[in-house]
Each structure stands twice: as C-alpha cells, then as structure tokens.
Design a protein around this ligand. Structure first.
Ligand code: C2O
Length: 321
C-alpha cells in the first residue's frame, strides 16, 4: 500500500484519542462512554493457546465455538451498530489506522513501519478477548493459518472459513484453488529463510520507524493479495480498509504474529530498544466495550503479559533446506 502516511518520530507516540476521530475518515469508531484506562496484566488469567488450523479442523467443539463467536459479532453489528465489538466496528478499528485521511492523526498508520507487528498483536489480543466473551468461553483462542508450511494443503484457504453456511465465510475472496496456486507459486521456504529465518537484524524483519520489515512486506502482503478478491468492488483481504471484515484476516495475522515469536526465539535475536518504539502506546476496545491503552513493551513477549502462547509446528523457514 503505497501512498500511506509515513512518519519519523523520536518520541513515543499515542495512545490515540478515541473521543476525537477525523470526521473525514470513513472508519471512525463509536465514541467511548468513559475515558481509556491502561491495560493491566492479569497473571492468573489462563494461558490461551493458539493452535494450528489443521489441528483444529477435526475439533468440532472448538470450531462451533469459533463459529458462534463470529455469528455473535455479526449479530451485534446488525442489532447494535455502535457496539465496538460488532464485526463491522472491528473492521473499522483496523481501517481507521490505515485509511486516508487517517482517523486519529498521521502518527497512527500501523503499516509500513515497526509498529506493524506490535499493533497487530494488540489488535488480535483484544479481538480474541471479544471472541471469547461472545462464545462464553474465556479460554477460546484464535487459530493460526500456517501458510508458511509449504505442504499444498496448508496453502489452501482453511476449510472452516470456506463453508458458506458458517459465520467464518465471506463471499469477497478468490476461489480456493486460486489462493492455493498463488501461494504455492510465490511463498517459498527458501525465500522465507533468506528474508526472515536467516536474518538476525530486527530492522530487516520488523521494520523501522520509517519502513516496513520483511514479515510485513513479503508473506503478510502476499497472503492478503492471494485471498482478497481481485474483482470489483475490491474488498476484504485485498483491501486494507476492509480486511478486518473477513474472519480469516485474524487467523492470517495470528500466523504473522506467531512467526514474529518464532523468529524472536532464534539465537541472537534482539528487540528494538528505542524509546520511541517500546514506549509508544495504542488503544483498543476490550470485551466490555471499554477502551484500554497498551504500550509496545507490554507485548514484546506475548506469554508474559498477554498470556498467549502458540502451539509448536514445523517451521521449515528457520533453517536451510
Ligand atoms: Cu493491518 Cu494484514 O494488515
């Protein structure tokens, strides 16, 4: 997405003022009923384990909870359109930080810079809490679609999301066969190894204050384009303003997020320490429709403060083939 607002900052940014959205933006969120409060870690909260989509496809109980959660978010969207937990408002939350004119000011573009990974991690975290609330199961976690595994079955759109009678479905996607073909052709283990697995400098993988890193630019963008319909009107995964309206967006981002964690755990990796990175703060609606603010430093290790872990799977891109 060229033409987005980029910026240089030596000061931490945020949190955005949710009472004050640019009226020219088409993605403004409902005005909160009370001022934002800082996120506080609940160290006794149960760990949420995000599992690989291929390992949950046979788990009918899990899938029906996930489906019921999205059905509830769609129902909220039509019954109380100003509820920030509805699916359209969840879409707005992503849209408002990537649209022009920017909803809460120029510094809050969450693409093409080093806030891409932490901001989307926060988005997933709060989205997941909302899903768990909607399903009535506090341990409900997002699945991750590990398209980085080059087994052809992994490159297809996960079956649960392609079922027309499911709340996980949207019509605004390419056909399953096209998705698999595009990913099989363009997403190679060799290139993932060269651009991410084999790179220890965080600037290359995570980006910097002024440019995006390889995780965003290469596999992340490619999967968006493979899933997003190229048909007009150009919507959902192929369009950043609409991407958050497709439930598979969250499973896609869970995998980007997992790859960040895996990369970070490889020997010799370091987090950026700059204060304009770690002390920057963002804001999100939680499952009680209250605005919480969170700093980047809170989310660098998801297991500690967010109580989120990933199921282990094969990461062939972390070693030469
Ligand atoms: Cu905010 Cu996958 O994009």
């Amino acid at each position: 997405n060229s033409g987005h607002v980029s910026f240089v900052s030596a000061e931490p940014i945020g949190p955005p003022d949710f009472f004050n959205c640019n009226p020219e933006s088409t993605c403004c969120l409902p005005v909160p009923s009370s001022p934002p409060t800082p996120f506080v870690t609940n160290s006794s909260a149960p760990l949420r384990t995000r599992r690989a989509i291929h390992n949950v496809l046979q788990d009918a109980t899990y899938l029906s909870k996930l489906d019921a959660a999205y059905a509830r978010l769609r129902e909220l969207e039509s019954q109380s359109p100003n509820d920030p937990r509805g699916l359209f408002q969840q879409r707005n939350l992503h849209c408002v930080f990537c649209s022009r004119p920017p909803g809460y000011g120029a510094p809050f573009s969450m693409h093409n810079n080093w806030f891409f990974l932490p901001w989307h991690r926060m988005l997933l975290y709060f989205h997941e809490r909302i899903l768990a609330w909607a399903a009535g199961d506090p341990s409900l976690a997002l699945p991750f679609w590990n398209w980085d595994d080059d087994a052809p079955a992994q490159r297809a759109l996960p079956a649960a999301y392609g079922n027309r009678s499911s709340a996980l479905y949207t019509v605004n996607r390419r056909g399953g066969r096209d998705i698999a073909r595009m990913l099989q052709a363009d997403l190679t283990t060799e290139q993932l190894f060269r651009e991410i697995g084999n790179v220890s400098d965080w600037r290359m993988v995570m980006g910097s204050a002024t440019r995006g890193g390889a995780l965003e630019d290469y596999p992340h963008g490619l999967v968006h384009n493979a899933v997003g319909s190229a048909m007009s009107p150009f919507r959902e995964m192929g369009n950043l303003a609409w991407a958050g309206y497709d439930p598979v967006f969250y499973a896609h981002h869970a995998n980007v997020d997992r790859m960040w964690s895996v990369w970070r755990g490889l020997p010799g990796r370091e987090d950026p320490a700059a204060v304009d990175f770690v002390n920057s703060a963002f804001a999100f609606y939680d499952e009680n429709a209250m605005v919480k603010t969170m700093t980047v430093s809170t989310v660098l290790d998801p297991a500690t403060n967010l109580r989120v872990v990933y199921e282990d799977v094969t990461d062939s891109w972390t070693r030469p083939s």
